[in-house]
Design a protein around this ligand. Sequence first.
Ligand code: SAM
Length: 324
Amino acid sequence: MLTDNFNRVIHYVRISVTDRCNLRCRYCIDGDFTFISHDEILRHEEIIRFTKICADLGVNKVRLTGGEPLIRKGIPFLLKELSAIEGIKDISLTTNGVYLGEMILELKNAGLKRINISLDSLKKERFQFITGVNALDSVLMSIEKALYAGLNPIKINTVIIKGFNDDEILDFAKIANNLNIDVRFIELMPFGDAGLWDNSHVVLSHSIEEVIRRQFHLEPLSPSGEGPAKMFKIKDGLGKIGFISPVSSHICAECNRIRLTSYGTIRPCLFSDIEYDIKTMLRDGSSDDEVKTRIMNIIKAKPERKKEIGYIKKCQRSMRHIGG
Ligand code: SAM
C-alpha cells in the first residue's frame, strides 16, 4: 500500500497524457501557450509501465486527463492496456467533449465505462468566448451520444465564475434534474496566467448551493464516495449535484491521489508547484523496484494540506500542464 506521512492511502493516479488542447479556456492557458516537445512527453509504454508499478503498490484507480486527452493519438489503445493491468479497477477520462461523440464507440470498446466532461456554459457565444472555439454543439452532441452509449456515470464539471456564468447555475442543475447526469460545480482556482479572473471572481460552493436550493430539494449523499466532491441527490431528479471546493474547504485530509504530468514528473499535491522527475528513471534502465522506491519516497513528500482556507496561492503552472 502507498501511504504518505499523514496516513493517507494513495490509490488514485491522474495521468496527463498531453499538455496540448484543442480549446483555449481563458482560466487555463498560459500567455504564450508554448507546447512541450514530443520527445519530452511520456510515451504510451512509459505510462503503461508506470501504471503497472503503481498498481503493484496498491493503486486501483486511474484517470486520463490533459490538456485534452482525446487529441493524443492512440488513446483507445492506452485505455485498453491500462484497463488490462492487474489491480486497476477503475479507469476514466476527463475531456472537453468536443471529439468525444465521434470516438465514443472506440473508447467504449477499449474499456471506458464512465466519463467526465468539462462544460462551463450552455450558451453558444459564451462557450466560444471562454474556450476560443465555436464548439458547444459538438459537446452537447457528445453528451447525448455518451448517454446513448450507456456510459455511466456521466459527470459534467462546471467552473462557476462571477460575472461570466453564475447566471447559468440553475440551467446546469436542470440537466442533473432531467437526465441521468451528475453535475459538479467547481470553484475557480487562480492558476497559471489566468489574470482575467482573480479571486474576486471566485464563487464559493455554498453560494452556488444556495441558488440551487431555491428551486431544487437537495438531499445529502453520505458518504459521498466522490473524493473531494460533496454530493447531493435531487429529490425526484435523475442525476446528482456535486460541489468541489478547492478554495473554500480543506479537501486535503481525504486526498488519495497523485498526478503524473505529461512531461514525466509526479506532482504529489495540486496546490504545490513541487514536482519530482520520474521520466529519467523510466528511460535510463532503472529497474521496476528502483522506480517503485522512488515513487514511495515521493509519496512521503506529499504535503499535509494546502496552506489557507478561502485562498489558494497562485500556482506557476496552468491546469493544462498539471493535468486537471
Ligand atoms: N481537457 C480536459 C477537460 O476539459 O476536461 C482535461 C483537462 S482540463 C485542464 C480539466 C479540468 O480542469 C476542467 O474541468 C477545467 O474546467 C478545470 N480547470 C482548469 N483550470 C481551472 C481553474 N483555474 N480553476 C478551476 N478549474 C480549472
